[in-house]
Design a binder for this molecule. Structure first.
Ligand code: UD1
Ligand code: CA
Length: 454
């Protein structure tokens, strides 16, 4: 017997007050829905169906082939949403796990425990419940005196007495395919005039069918994100989980609450992360690095013993022992060699800086290839753009670029060559030569006196 998961993700999310479909709002850099897809896969679902409606095209893109997407053209309620999966499950005889698309904190293991419980109970339906300190907004689970679930009542349809119940519906259920015929009997007689999926529980009970209910040990992972406040809560929980797993892997995080790491980022042991650091996307950082404070690293790869302070590093590769910052900006396609240094107010775009080379102060390096042991003086600029296209600059091993040099590309500075400070270099400089391109200094003796400016 197999397990299929159906994720309900068609709703608009009116309370988000957004043009974007609710399930696409990012938590820790990824759409909420992708966390639910992970949880469904973690639960062991062999087939996953996403019910999309609002922003369906974007939802399909976010799903990216990880699930089959079916359409709910009009959002008439959660029961109606599940019904849209009927055709996709026509020949399916296994169990069906229903998940809300707006619950990014769900864990696969918890869903697996719930499914194991469902199998053991042998009931045709089961609902996953949790006890919330503040159950406001959630459907309440109403049980009889023997503890059997009778029905679920939505917050806005509940009586005063029902509102005092703290056990809530998490929106997670297990069913047999026979549920589809039950869904067709649900009517929208409630305050929202919607077809409520929780009504399936009441209908089954009224027909004398038993419904199992499993109260999860930890309520925290069933947060439904309906508004931006809950989005921020989800963000905080995911952030803590990710940072704690880094700490478990041997990373020092000086202030976990002020460290923002996307899931999937890899950091090696004995690396220290200082506050206000953002590590995002497909980033891999080696061991014994020193990262932050005030640093953003996105889609980049850093070796071991790298130091990055107050810097923005996007799509770059930084080798072992290199030092970046403070106030450096590495842009995509940049490769920094072992032990190299990029210092204050230096921007590097799509360039290679070789082993042990230094660009310590106030420079723009774009479309350049810099060899080993090169010293680039303060204020050096590669003039890589002529107004039409970009041109390359090559600086060979051991060259010394004097301060405040303009290198007008395309141009090449040969091995070991020197450039005089303040030069605008428009032609290649041969290896071992001095390139100097500035007007000679003239001193006018006694000029101040003659001008009467004493
Ligand atoms: C729902 C439950 C509530 C439960 C809570 C748990 C119902 C009627 N209520 O309330 O008992 O405590 O979740 O978080 O089910 N959706 C569709 N199509 C629709 C309507 C909704 O796909 O026509 C999707 C939404 O995109 C969302 C999910 O179903 O991902 C839940 O809908 P939502 O409107 O958030 O329900 P709640 O009011 O939170
Ligand atoms: Ca919800």
């Amino acid at each position: 017997m197999g397990l299929a998961a159906v994720i309900l993700a068609a709703g608009k999310g009116t309370r988000m007050k957004s043009a974007k479909a609710k399930v696409l709002h990012p938590v820790a850099g990824r759409p909420m829905l992708s966390f639910v897809l992970d949880a469904a896969a973690g639960a062991g679902a062999e087939k996953i169906i996403v019910v999309a409606g609002h922003g369906a095209a974007e939802v399909v893109a976010a799903v990216g082939g990880r699930a089959e997407v079916v359409l709910q053209e009009e959002q008439l309620g959660t029961a109606h949403a599940l019904l849209q999966a009927e055709a996709a499950l026509k020949t399916y005889a296994g169990d069906i796990l229903v998940l809300p698309g707006d619950a990014p904190l769900l864990r696969g293991e918890t869903l697996r425990d719930f499914y194991t419980y469902y199998r053991a109970q042998g009931a045709p339906a089961a609902v996953l419940t949790a006890r919330f300190a503040d159950p406001a907004g959630y459907g309440r689970v109403i049980r009889d005196q023997d503890g059997n679930v009778l029905r679920i009542v939505e917050h806005r349809d509940a009586t005063e007495e029902e509102l005092s119940v703290s056990e809530v519906n998490t929106g997670i259920y297990c069913f047999k395919p026979a549920i589809f015929s039950v869904l067709k009997r649900i009517s929208p007689d409630n305050s929202q005039k919607e077809y409520y999926l929780p009504d399936a529980i009441r209908l089954l009970r009224e027909e004398g069918v038993s419904v199992a209910a499993w109260e999860a040990p930890d309520a925290a992972e069933f947060l439904g994100v309906n508004d931006r406040r809950q989005l921020a809560v989800a963000e905080e929980v995911i952030r803590r989980r990710v940072v704690e797993s880094l700490m478990d892997a041997g990373v020092t995080v000086v202030d976990p609450r002020a460290t923002y790491v996307h899931p999937g980022v890899v950091v090696g042991p004995d690396t220290v992360i200082y506050p206000f650091t953002f590590l995002e996307g497909e980033t891999v950082i080696g061991s014994e690095c020193c990262i932050g404070p005030w640093t953003r690293i996105t889609d980049s790869r850093l070796g071991d013993k790298v130091a990055v302070h107050n810097a923005v590093v996007l799509g770059a590769t930084v080798a072992d022992g290199a030092a970046i910052g403070p106030f450096s900006y590495l842009r995509p396609g940049t490769v920094i060699g072992p032990g190299a240094k990029v210092g204050g107010f230096v921007e590097v775009k799509k360039s290679v800086i070789g082993e042990g080379s230094k660009v310590p102060h106030l420079s723009y390096i774009g479309d350049a290839e810099i060899g080993r042991s090169v010293n680039v003086g303060a204020g050096t600029i590669t003039c890589n753009y002529d107004g039409r296209r970009k041109w390359p600059t090559v600086i060979e091993d051991g060259a010394f670029i004097g301060s405040n040099t303009n290198l007008v590309a395309p141009v090449r500075v040969g091995k070991g060559a020197y450039i005089g400070a303040g030069s605008t270099i428009t032609r290649d400089v041969p290896a071992g030569a001095l390139g100097i391109a500035r007007s000679r200094q003239r001193n006018i003796p006694d000029w101040v006196k003659k001008k009467g400016r004493e």
